[in-house]
Design a protein around this ligand. Structure first.
Ligand SMILES: [Zn+2]
Length: 380
């Protein structure tokens, strides 16, 4: 089988759509107008992704406030937030360029998603001519909504974590029920867990093992056959063309991450200085048998924060090198991250989100072509 390819999920939102998000927060447009703007961008995302030759398409997450909050609120400012949430939670991350992203805070139970990703799958299935994939958020990210220290009166940490696991399982199952062929779980907090950033207390608590254990509580609810199509995405962040944890030694994560019983992994790699070492680590730690399913390593061959488009030849060469360490039948190609995981992102290194959207399509097309060339050279 040729080297499979898959995108993480998000694409830069057109400026027009980003303006609609702002207008919605300010009450200048109605919900209908807001959703019409989302639908227009989503439709364009699907159409253009289909033209690149991508196997399974997304709406570029253009209907989502972000990869981590689509389930919690309509916008990043918190418009339409779910019950029992305050907007003053922990920093999810402080990025290298100094900007940060903050999570809401759970104030009581039960914790229920306001929206499930299957809502997007349903809309996308109605307009796509190719298979549809969907990304969902990991319970390990939702875990950060609960105060780091102490317990909420009447809603224990344990009850909250049980709700996180139930809600994530439901999120994944409903995506498949609506017809998604693949569901990947975003796990960008994995590498950040070892950052020890004094400004961001949760990154000092060595939470990686807790994250992995919590995520496995969800994965273990699915059969091996189902887990073939349930993935994990890891990256050092990718927001406003900046990152949050690229300097954290990758092996700290890679030596543990494959303990998650996922069938595939979408792994940032192109922006690493020593990519061959990452291929070696993935070859070393990924498993042929993760409770009945082989783990396929989709290596990131596209830098999402860099407007320079990779050539198919470069991508082919990377995959040929990767195949020295990772069994060919367990090798795939992906992008380092979603191209724009948050709904407000003007893509500063690109000059504009609209240009970045064009660049993203060129990069995806190059990845697909490069993977095809590598497959031919490897004889698969
Ligand atoms: Zn990412």
């Amino acid at each position: 089988m040729p080297i499979p390819t898959e995108l993480v999920g998000s694409l830069p939102r057109p400026m027009k759509l980003q303006d609609a998000y702002a207008d919605y927060d300010e009450g200048k447009i109605t919900t209908e107008q807001f959703e019409a703007a989302q639908d227009e961008a989503a439709e364009d995302s699907i159409e253009r992704l289909e033209q690149t030759g991508e196997t399974a398409v997304t709406d570029g997450e253009n209907r989502e406030s972000s990869f981590a909050t689509y389930n919690l609120a309509d916008t990043l400012a918190g418009t339409g937030a779910a019950d029992h949430l305050a907007l003053d939670g922990q920093y999810f991350a402080i990025f290298d360029d100094g900007h940060h992203r903050q999570l809401p805070r759970v104030t009581g139970g039960p914790f229920r998603y306001k929206r499930y990703a299957s809502e997007f799958v349903k809309k996308n299935k109605a307009i796509a001519t190719k298979p549809v994939k969907q990304a969902v958020i990991a319970p390990s990210m939702m875990m950060l909504l609960y105060p780091l220290e102490g317990e909420i009166e009447g809603y224990s940490r344990e009850e909250f974590l049980n709700d996180c696991v139930d809600e994530c399982e439901k999120d994944i199952r409903q995506c498949f029920a609506e017809g998604a062929v693949r569901v990947s779980v975003d796990f960008t907090e994995g590498r950040l867990a070892n950052k020890n950033d004094a400004r961001n207390p949760w990154t000092n608590k060595n939470m990686l093992q807790e994250f992995i254990d919590l995520n496995n509580r969800v994965f273990d609810r699915f059969s091996a056959e189902e887990r073939k199509n349930i993935g994990i995405h890891t990256c050092p962040g990718g927001d406003c063309d900046s990152v949050h944890s690229l300097e954290v030694p990758y092996e700290m994560l890679l030596s543990k991450m494959f303990d998650i019983n996922a069938g595939y992994f979408l792994i940032q790699c192109a922006s690493e200085s020593d990519r061959e070492e990452v291929y070696r680590l993935c070859g070393k730690y990924s498993r042929e048998d993760a409770n009945g399913v082989p783990q396929v390593c989709f290596m990131g061959v596209i830098k999402v924060g860099d407007p320079q488009v990779e050539t198919p030849e470069q991508i082919k060469n990377e995959l040929i090198t990767a195949a020295k360490y990772i069994p060919k039948e367990r090798l795939g190609a992906t992008d380092d991250c979603g191209f724009s995981p948050f709904s407000r992102d003007v893509k500063p290194a690109h000059g504009s989100p609209d240009f970045a959207r064009d660049v993203a399509m060129e990069k995806i097309a190059a990845r697909i072509q490069g993977a095809r060339m590598a497959s031919e050279e490897l004889g698969i």
